[in-house]
Design a protein around this ligand. Structure first.
Ligand SMILES: Cc1cc2nc3c(=O)[nH]c(=O)nc-3n(C[C@H](O)[C@H](O)[C@H](O)COP(=O)(O)O)c2cc1C
Ligand SMILES: [Fe+2]
Ligand SMILES: [Fe+2]
Length: 409
């Protein structure tokens, strides 16, 4: 298959990969597709490429419908090599093409594919590009599912090139959803659950951004092109990502010890972040809290945050003794994370995290954040130097991320 026409000048030029595809520590038994698109306008433009291993085959296919030397723009919505992988091969044969992507993507692409000599066009949210007979509008959609990601909208035909969003991992030889021979809805939903759900707040922002666009066709990066009832798929994302009043049903407890009140302020900021998602945590300063009440609250809660500042490389106050008193009880299925203010080394936070781990909580820490969310900002264990304002914002982010995990599990 060398190209499938979508509209007058827009072609699918992707690759159907019907192997068992290894992907993010999963095996995609039903394979997948890497959807690449060609807009054969006066200034021929390609939106995304295919997986790195299909570079040569891809180029042969592209050459059947357009002379690569004529290509003016290569839009890269997302740098992961299942879509940007054939960029170096394509760029080499398309010397006149400028690479169009977000600022965050430029350095990643240059470093990954050694493209330091190429000309890039860096786009901001809402920027447009005239490609001779059609316009492209770029919508930044960070963390869907990595930071540099964007979508590309073509208003003349109403096509939204949505990148990994609205994708399905399926080797869809029929290309379009109305031609599907099987019921793919379950797989479409499954893709949302595994890849997109952890980024739910960004899905909400994206939906807000596209809500007034006329979308006739969704051209995602994997699986069917959704030309039959595109709006239905947008509504499905809206439904799946809507947590409504769910926050009110979830319980989070924050306990801490402090010497001079810095850790109190961190606890307050974490709580503030949670309130954005409708969760109002119960906050206990262990100095004057009723230990039995705290114990009961923890048994009823969905998530626990425990904090201590550091004094001579150790915890302060009563948090450590209190956590010790919980030994032997079971906390499986509850999330927990550690936090605290410190000066130069901050060992207390590590001691507290270890205690939480030994008690059997599901720990949210840097390992979890990288593994589950692909986030490399050190949100947990949350260590804030003294009470530096510029670091304190991180406490609110941490609160939001913790609340998000509690809400979506
Ligand atoms: C007596 C004393 C000992 C301290 N020892 C350490 C230490 O070993 N490592 C460290 O990172 N910070 C240390 N600090 C710094 C505190 O952790 C820091 O001031 C923190 O912001 C206090 O937070 P709090 O007000 O919540 O107690 C020490 C502070 C004091 C007063
Ligand atoms: Fe991706
Ligand atoms: Fe992908």
């Amino acid at each position: 298959m060398s190209g499938v026409q979508i509209t007058d000048k827009v072609y699918w030029i992707g690759k159907v990969d019907d192997r068992e595809v290894p992907f993010h520590r999963l095996i995609l038994k039903k394979g997948t597709t890497y959807n690449s698109y060609l807009l054969k306008t006066e200034k021929p433009t390609i939106v995304d490429t295919v997986d790195i291993i299909y570079g040569r085959e891809y180029l042969e296919n592209v050459s059947k419908i357009v002379n690569p030397a004529d290509i003016q723009f290569i839009v890269i919505n997302h740098v992961e090599p299942d879509h940007a992988g054939a960029l170096p091969a394509l760029a080499a044969k398309a010397p006149n093409a400028k690479i169009v992507c977000t600022e965050e993507a430029v350095s990643l692409l240059k470093d990954m594919f050694k493209l330091h000599q190429r000309e890039f066009i860096t786009v901001k949210d809402g920027d447009t590009l005239d490609i001779g007979g059609k316009t492209l509008r770029f919508l930044k959609t960070p963390f869907l599912h990595t930071e540099e990601t964007m979508m590309t909208y073509e208003p003349e035909d109403g096509i939204l090139f949505s990148c990994d969003v609205f994708s399905t991992h399926i080797a869809s030889h029929e290309v379009f959803n109305d031609l599907a021979k099987i019921n793919y809805i379950e797989k479409f939903n499954g893709y949302y659950t595994t890849i997109m759900a952890p980024h739910r707040p960004y899905i909400r922002k994206m939906l807000e951004k596209i809500k007034d666009l006329k979308v006739n066709v969704i051209g995602p990066s994997h699986g069917y092109i959704l030309r039959d009832n595109a709006q239905k798929f947008i509504s499905m994302y809206d439904e799946m990502s809507n947590i409504g009043e769910m926050g009110k049903e979830k319980k989070v407890v924050i306990i801490y010890s402090t010497m001079t009140g810095n850790t109190t302020k961190i606890a307050d900021r974490i709580a503030k972040g949670m309130e954005d998602l409708g969760i109002t945590p119960q906050v206990f300063n262990m100095k004057n809290a009723d230990k039995d009440e705290v114990k009961n609250s923890i048994h009823e809660c969905d998530g626990l945050l425990a904090g201590s500042s550091t004094k001579y490389a150790d915890t302060v106050g009563e948090v450590e003794a209190f956590l010790k008193s919980l030994e032997g009880e079971t906390f499986k299925g509850k999330f927990a994370a550690a936090f605290g203010s410190y000066g130069w080394s901050g060992e207390a936070v590590i001691h507290v995290e270890e205690q939480l781990e030994q008690l059997g909580f599901d720990i949210i820490n840097q390992r979890y954040l990288i593994k589950v969310l692909g986030i490399d900002t050190p949100l947990f264990p949350l260590r804030i130097r003294f009470l530096r304002e510029e670091e304190l914002d991180r406490a609110e982010d941490s609160g939001r991320v913790f609340a998000e995990q509690v809400l979506t599990h």
